[in-house]
Design a protein around this ligand. Sequence first.
Ligand code: HEC
Ligand code: HEC
Ligand code: HEC
Ligand code: HEC
Length: 425
Amino acid sequence: MEKKIGRWIAAAAMALAALLFMGGIISGGELKYFLKDRGDLGPLTRDDITYLETDEPSASSKDGTINASDWEAAYPEIVATMGQNKENSYVTSYLEEDPYLVNIYEGYGFAKDYGSARGHEYTLEDVAKTERPHPMANCLTCKTPNFTKLVNDQGVGVYTMDFEEVMGMMEENVSCYTCHGNDAGNKGALVVTHSYVNKALGDSVSEIDPATLSCGQCHIEYYFTPEDKEAMMPYSDRASMTPEAILAYYDAMDFADWTQESTGTKLLKAQHPEMETFLYGKHAALLNCADCHMPIEQTEDGTIYHSHLLVSPLEDETLLSNCATCHGDTDMVETVHKLQDRVTARETEVGNKLSEFKDALAAAVSAGKMSEDELDAVRKVHREAQWYFDFCYVENSEGAHNSELSMSCLDKSEVLIAQGMKLLG
Ligand code: HEC
Ligand code: HEC
Ligand code: HEC
Ligand code: HEC
């Protein structure tokens, strides 16, 4: 490992230099625009990309979003590769894999139905058929550009509209408008279209690489505001995205996703904090989400573009060869799998302890021997232990993005569980 450090430092210096030039270009209105200038990875780099400036095709969607088929003439490869996300159709039930979840999520929708994610081409189908309750349109926030456009056109009132009514108006799964607005013809400029990102982060959006923020419009921790059910991020800048700071944010507003009946604890459900986890990891200053999930490819006629099929880097030769730029000839598939196995084993261990703790608290509540104040002290610990566990469990890379953070969340949860058990006597 040691002799590779020199290469890492060189690569880091190059990447940092590139980042300095990145400069967000911010334009008026609610949407924020970026153009990018960086990249020295792999056999093909961003500098090789065929960037087009083309006229906007006319929008065929009723709401004025330019959809994938409208862009097909200008960007046939990008449209085709985006469509290939249909190939990622595999799902497993987390509840069957990890039965303790049914107990710790008791009283919440995730105890009934909790499957793994699949490709972007399934977002509408999956939200329509989930058995978790979804009365309001806010569940469409991260599923379709048509809902994003509706919020941008009509304001936050649409979050509380009836789910079925709004679902009938939705035309596409995650698509071009989601990440480019209607401006893909402007050299593929990335646009933050999800207004809550701009609201939550304000000018600090420019602290985050655009190609990371683009995914971070959805692959994040969020909540719905109690007043108008607007999607919102529980922080205001890059420094306040830690699990500790987010917990403090929720505590300060006395927020809970649900109050669990058997324990009386006001619990939180973490979502999928990929961006937060990644941003505190070892790659944050060097790489963005696209570097590891969107391989740069070349067609026979020489067009060079980012594949929009979002893949695991472990399953793609081009992306794996990018790892080698810094990791040399280390077997990255094996390295990552080992790390994921460690995290998963710890999850099972701590998850089961959390489940036992929850049972012990529920038993104490029904025994009626402890005072409400004493029980509340245990409930506070229960809320925190579950939060730290969940923050790691629900992050989709299973430790690959930032194994230190994942492990430290599990360690914290375990310490809290022990404290809680002690309080229960
Ligand atoms: C509009 C919200 C949104 C944006 C933006 C978004 N995603 Fe997703 N992503 C989702 C949703 C929702 C799912 C789960 C879909 C399902 O299971 O039906 C998903 C699933 C995925 C999956 C498949 C996960 C699995 O377990 O198979 C990958 C990989 C992924 N996204 C990567 C990315 C990357 C990389 C970006 C940025 C280039 C990105 N996403 C941007 C919402 C989004
Ligand atoms: C250094 C490379 C790297 C970067 C940068 C990176 N990821 Fe990942 N990501 C991985 C690896 C490795 C996995 C685990 C893949 C596996 O298990 O096959 C993963 C897994 C995922 C998954 C689960 C789906 C899957 O294919 O396993 C999602 C979703 C995801 N990443 C999203 C993101 C988002 C969003 C960002 C930016 C905030 C990001 N990643 C940045 C390497 C990276
Ligand atoms: C989930 C987010 C996402 C979606 C959906 C998406 N893109 Fe992209 N797109 C990106 C990212 C990230 C990049 C790479 C930007 C960079 O270089 O930093 C990119 C790059 C591009 C580029 C610049 C050329 C290149 O290949 O890098 C074009 C043009 C483009 N996209 C068009 C489209 C079109 C057309 C659609 C719909 C068919 C689409 N994109 C859908 C995120 C997305
Ligand atoms: C630009 C250079 C660079 C590239 C490209 C890169 N890495 Fe890394 N990676 C690093 C550095 C630097 C570290 C930190 C090493 C350390 O602290 O020991 C690291 C650490 C890691 C770790 C350990 C992180 C943890 O949280 O435990 C994993 C896993 C990893 N890289 C996977 C990958 C994979 C997979 C790819 C390709 C998809 C990749 N890296 C591409 C520079 C890079």
